[in-house]
Design a protein around this ligand. Sequence first.
Ligand code: FAD
Length: 297
Amino acid sequence: MKVNQLFKDKTVLSFEVFPPKKTSPLASIYGTLRELGHLKPDFISVTYGAGGSLNGETTINIAHAVKHTYGIESVAHLPSINFSKEEMITLIEQLKLAGIDNILALRGDITPDVKPKQDFRYASELVSFIKQHGDFNIIGACYPEGHTEAVTVKQDLINLKEKVDAGTDQLISQLFFDNDYFYVFRDKAADMGIHVPMEAGIMPVVNKKQIERMIAICGVNLPKKFKQMMEKYEHHPEAFRDAGIAYAIDQVVDLVSQDVDGVHLYTMNNSLIARRIHEAVASLFTIPKHPTVKVSA
Ligand code: FAD
């Protein structure tokens, strides 16, 4: 099923997982998926490390299991910067064979160790390519605080509009800790003529190392109250975790109250934390909503 159809009549709640590291057995993810599956999210997306290998089978196998073993719709992430068009066709065919209907079409991060191929310079080029080669619901990434390489937030929005016009059916945002960034971004996107469903990305922060890594990768701002929370509990792991969960719950309650199209929870493969957040907010996602977005067929 194309998951963009879900936005027609409900506030969507989705989860994100990543494949286990190469040193861990693939099977280690399945316990997590089973537990996440019990929470009945609207879909689960599976990341794909942009390391230049054609090892998308791991992502595709997990996305296949999410759908066919655990009965939850799945989304496969697909970063393109390190692939040729030929390689991309192979991956698209594998996705078709696995019965995956939803692709998060990404450029991927440019890393110093891998020389990018030139076939897909931007995610918008991948979106057009997927459109030519299959019938998928295509999802794109967006950045409420601007992408780290963006010249200006305005230019980033112009580029996002190009990606949507290329055939993106739905958007999922980068994580953020100040909801106001998301609301301002959502309004600006609507003013630019971007009307596809846009989910808000929320990451529960449960230890200090995790947030330091995220700031380095994503360049997101930390509000004062978040910093105070970190300072107060940094030497008390259990309290830090509880405060991080409470903070994420607070963000979700506010987002749903402000009629977001959906919330995408970066679970970090931690089903216990996902369960605690889910327990606190699940009922908010059961209230029918008036459609405010354009959903493509
Ligand atoms: P693009 O949309 O191509 O944007 C990248 C930059 O190029 C932006 O600064 C944009 O403004 C600029 N740009 C776009 N078009 C043009 C143009 N025509 N001319 C000039 N500049 C332009 N990475 C992974 O490797 N694997 C994953 O599984 C993964 N999952 C993610 C999930 C989500 C929800 C998000 C938000 C990000 C994810 N990423 C993942 C990270 C993502 O790959 C990086 O943020 C990457 O740097 C940008 O990818 P993009 O698809 O947003 O790129």
